[in-house]
Design a protein around this ligand. Structure first.
Ligand SMILES: *Cc1c(COP(=O)(O)O)cnc(C)c1O
Length: 407
């Protein structure tokens, strides 16, 4: 690269990624093929519109790549063209969610989403998000004891509030969501069931989380989390909703699609259909369960007592350490996590009561059971300062050296 300033910063970031243990549940390491597609000449092309119906000339190849991405998306999740349609243009998950809601829910109506401290996402109607300004949010959460979704309370609230749409899915919920039950509740009040599988899409693709398609009217996913593709969003919808959603993505919210990003989605979707991806997905979940169990055995309170997925929350405050302090201490030794609210958190998002831990990235690097036990020890020793820092740092370094990012 001729630009030495930018080159230097990118090199530093490569080094940082190689030399730290990434436990951020929403991050991953993409393949060199995904990076190559992202960095391709498709970034030069304008292509407003959809395949075979563009506003710009010169679109033969962009049509081919977008159609390939769409057909791979349908195939990966085993969807029939008679019932489902897919839009691969959303720039990311947040605009995709805005596109879905603005296509199907009149402004000012009620939508129902999981509260942030229970593990929901901002774009499900939180007041800080545009979705909470355009629509009125009614929330559901988890039971105080089990810390799993309280479906009884969800039903009661739905019956009282009668939202037009129920959104399932979140960013910090570690348990399998009962889609069938949510479908029944949505039917009861004639609401749309919108499933946001951003976090667990890779597990669905690999066969280690139930597929939401049997139950949902619309399914959105980001492609950069467990799915291990470029940063982007994809919307699947039942045929009757597809035209409105397509119009809502373009020209409603977005302009020209990022064709380089769509090319990278196509690459990632093929990778996710390979047998090796199944094994990755299996180990992601196994690793999360082992890591949660090990931490539990070391005296750490795991929200809901464990996990069925790639992530879990640790209540660090139960041992007197705030989420921010925990995250800072861990970063100091090369372990990267994010501070996170826990159910019924009385602190604030800037310094909440816990941390979120996820295994997709370290599983992509090839780590398994033995390494999970070492990592649990590293976290415990760092937070309760049981060993000297150089000792912990050398353990992190050893793991990173042994499990390189094989791009
Ligand atoms: C990450 C995420 C999003 C938003 O994705 P961005 O690409 O960050 O805009 C939306 N919904 C859920 C559940 C997510 O986890």
């Amino acid at each position: 690269m001729r630009d030495r300033d930018v080159y230097k910063i990118i090199s530093e970031e490569s080094k940082r990624q190689a030399n730290t243990l990434n436990l951020i549940a929403s991050e991953n390491y993409v393949s060199s093929d995904v990076l190559e597609a992202l960095g391709s000449v498709f970034t030069n092309k304008y292509a407003e519109g959809y395949p075979r119906a563009r506003y710009y000339a010169g679109g033969k190849n962009v049509d081919d790549i977008e159609e390939l991405a769409k057909s791979r998306a349908m195939k990966l999740f085993r969807l029939s063209k008679a019932k489902w349609s897919v839009n691969v243009q959303p720039y990311s998950g947040s605009p995709a969610n805005l596109a879905v809601l603005s296509a199907l829910i009149p402004i000012g109506e009620k939508i129902m989403g999981m509260s942030l401290d229970a593990g929901g996402h901002l774009t499900h109607g939180h007041k800080a998000s545009i979705t909470g300004k355009l629509w009125e949010q009614t929330r559901y959460g988890v039971d105080r004891i089990s810390e799993e979704i309280d479906y009884g309370e969800l039903l009661n609230r739905a019956l009282i509030e009668r939202p037009k749409c129920i959104i399932a899915g979140g960013s910090a919920y570690s348990r399998i969501i009962d889609f069938s039950r949510m479908r029944t509740i949505a039917d009861e009040i004639n609401a749309l069931l919108f499933i946001d599988m951003s976090h667990f899409a890779g597990l669905v693709a690999g066969g280690f989380y139930p597929s939401p398609f049997k139950y949902a009217d619309v399914v959105m996913t980001t492609t950069h989390k467990t799915l291990r593709g470029p940063r982007a969003g994809v919307i699947f919808s039942r045929k009757e909703f597809s035209a409105a959603i397509d119009r809502s993505v373009f020209p409603g919210i977005q302009g020209g699609p990022h064709i380089n990003q769509i090319a990278a989605i196509a690459v990632a979707l093929k990778e996710a259909a390979a047998p090796s991806f199944k094994s990755y997905a299996k180990h992601v979940v196994e690793n999360a369960k082992i890591l949660a169990n090990e931490l539990d055995a070391l005296g750490w309170k795991i929200i809901s007592g464990g996990t069925d997925t790639h992530l879990f929350l640790v209540d660090t405050m139960s041992r007197g350490i705030s989420g921010k302090t925990a995250s800072d201490l861990l970063e100091g030794v090369g372990v990267v996590v994010n501070k996170n609210m826990i159910p019924f958190d009385e602190r604030n998002p800037g310094d909440p009561s816990g941390i979120r831990i996820g295994t997709p990235a370290i599983t992509t690097r090839g780590m398994k059971e033995k390494e999970m036990k070492i990592i649990a020890g590293i976290i415990d020793k760092t937070l309760v300062k049981k060993s000297r820092r150089p000792e912990i740092e050398s353990q992190v370094k050893e793991l990173c050296g042994k499990f390189t990012m094989k791009n």
